[in-house]
Design a protein around this ligand. Sequence first.
Ligand SMILES: [Fe+2]
Length: 210
Amino acid sequence: MSTHVCIARLREFVQELAALLQRHPTEPEILEQGSALLGRLVAYDDWLPEAYARPHPERYQQYLLHADAMGRFSVVSFVWGPGQSTPIHDHTVWGLIGMLRGAEIAQHYARTPEGGWAPEGAATRLLPGHVEAVSPRIGDVHRVSNALADKTSVSIHVYGANIGAVERSVYLEDGTRKPFVSGYSSTELPNLWDLSAERNAVLRVVSAKA
Ligand SMILES: [Fe+2]
C-alpha cells in the first residue's frame, strides 16, 4: 500500500468529522459518532507517517496532524516513550482518545471535599482500536500514561478546538492549579491533500483502456 493510500485514512477521518460538525450535533452526538469515526481510523496502523510517531527520550510528544480551518477540532498524535505520563490535567473542550499502538493507562480524577484531586474509579487500560472520551460534562480531569515500560505507545487525540491554543490547567493532588497551553512538538504537518498519485493511477487505467 502506498503512502498516499495510507494517509487517505486520516484525510477521510478529517472530512467525515468536519461533515459531522457541520450538522451542528449535540455534544453526546459528537462523542458517540466521533468515537465511531475515530475507532475506524485507529482500527488500522498503516497510515501515521513515521515523523509523527517519534518518541522523545525525556517527554511525551504531541504532533499536530490536522487543525480545522474553523477551529472546530484538531487531531494530534501523542507519542509516549517508555514510562512517560502526563500530569493531572483538564481539557475544557470535548476530547476523544483513540489508541493506535502499544497501550495506555487513563485514570480519571475527581475533586475531594478538601479541594484536592483523587483518582475516580479504576484506571482504564487502552489497547489498539479502543476509544475513550473526556469533556467538562462527562469528566474532564485525568492523567494518562504509557502502560509499557519498554516500548513506545501512540494514541490519536481529537479535541473540540485547536487544543494548542486553549488555556487549560494542570493540577496537583493537593488542589494546586497551574494554567498551561499545551502547544505542539513539531512545526510541520503531514500532507493529507496530495491526491495526484490516486488521480494519476486512474488516468493510467483510462489511457491503458483507450
Ligand atoms: Fe488529556
